[in-house]
Design a protein around this ligand. Structure first.
Ligand code: PHB
Length: 384
């Protein structure tokens, strides 16, 4: 008799919420179609790999993953996140690129829902007004100041900047310009290229006409291949202009098809598939086996985002309110395939190593070969 009552109660719980009480729903909004689809696909692959490796049960609860495609359009991101929070009652939301993360931020704040930002590289996305947000990706500032100082020390005097025209590009330019001019260099031209369907050729011509010794370029993941092709077609590699940037221009997903014009390109980035650690070797092998292509720096926001969620759930013993989860995430440290990373307990932003690397041919394929490391780099736009 007692048992029957217990079953009836459990069934009642199921009927009212539509899910088993033990499930933890994680809803992730990514661009899986549209111009930035390569970004969403890398994050999705990173998330799936983590779950395949670690199983779908954590702290006695089953993780129920729901991925939605916003096509990179922030109005879609907002609507989908609203549905995930209100209808699906997700315990945790994952957001992607900057405009999407900005659209979802206020919803996760209102709903007191933990929000793991897996792609955005814009500093202000993680801010005091949205206390349930945490970042597992990177910021453009983390990389751009370091490459500016490296360039100034290594003979660059006159730089032209080519920047994808949206928030992360503006930050790459601002941080680079500040550090490079402080180091005694000059910016001869700053050129903004539209984010959607970019044709780089006319902008590269303008950059060349400014007669720089070095080109600093930010394009988002997935556009490096097109950029490299047009860079070579315009003969900029032969004109003796050095190419530098944050890690996005040596996107590992695109590198194998980029051509020898990219040999010698130096970047400051968060990741190379050749990163020399047992953790990374295992990651790259498993990722390639599952997907048939290389993981890039973007994939890690998804992989490490899931790690952060799993470890936080272990710490809270399965409690999923935003406050408990975010408190558990603050200060968390672990070894990612990219190297050691942590969540700054004060800002909820990611702290990680930045690697200076150079494009070389290894076993007949192009790779970013890391040659210098800056440890525990914070987002410079948040440093007091
Ligand atoms: C971003 O959404 O801020 C973003 C996306 C792709 C990148 C860099 C930044 O490669």
């Amino acid at each position: 008799m007692l048992r029957i009552v217990a079953i009836a109660l459990a069934a009642g719980t199921m009927a009212s919420t539509g899910v088993l009480a033990q499930d933890v729903k994680v809803g992730v909004v990514l661009p899986l179609t549209g111009g930035l689809a390569p970004v969403g696909k890398q994050v999705q692959a990173g998330i799936k790999l983590y779950m395949d490796k670690n199983g779908a049960t954590v702290a006695g609860k089953k993780i129920d993953l729901i991925i939605k495609d916003d096509a990179g359009v922030p109005d879609n991101s907002k609507r989908l996140a609203q549905e995930l929070i209100v209808n699906d009652k997700v315990a945790i939301i994952g957001s992607g690129i900057t405009p999407s993360a900005m659209a979802i931020g206020p919803l996760s704040t209102q709903g007191k829902t933990a929000n793991v930002v897996t792609v955005s590289g814009t500093s202000g996305v993680i801010n005091p007004n949205n206390p349930y947000m945490v970042r597992t990706s990177f910021t453009l500032g983390q990389q751009s100041g370091i490459i500016a100082e490296w360039a100034a020390k290594n003979g660059s005097k006159k730089v032209a900047i080519v920047q994808s025209d949206w928030a992360p590009g503006a930050e790459a330019t601002a941080v680079f310009t500040d550090a490079f001019t402080k180091a005694g260099g000059q910016i001869v031209e700053t050129i903004k290229v539209p984010l959607a369907n970019p044709d780089f050729a006319p902008f590269l011509q303008r950059a060349r006409d400014a007669n720089p010794d070095t080109l600093f370029v930010f394009v988002p993941a997935g556009q490096a291949g097109t950029f490299a092709k047009q860079f070579a077609e315009r003969g900029l590699d032969k004109a003796g202009i050095k190419l530098i940037g944050p890690g996005d221009i040596v996107d590992d997903n695109d590198l194998p098809g980029m051509g020898d014009a990219m040999l010698g390109v130096v970047t400051a980035g968060i990741y190379s598939v050749l990163h020399n650690s047992p953790t990374n070797k295992e990651y790259v092998a498993a990722f390639k086996k599952a997907n048939g292509y290389r993981p890039n720096f973007i994939s890690l926001g998804g992989y490490d985002g899931m790690h952060l969620i799993y470890e936080a759930l272990k710490k809270t013993q399965g409690k999923t309110d935003g406050e408990s989860l975010i408190n558990a995430m603050k200060g968390m440290k672990w070894e990612s395939p990219r190297g050691p990373i942590s969540i700054d307990p004060d800002t909820r932003d990611i702290v990680q190593s930045i690697y200076i690397g150079k494009v070389e041919k290894v076993d007949g394929e192009l790779y970013d070969v890391e040659f210098a490391t800056f440890e525990a780099v914070k987002d410079p736009l948040k440093k007091k």
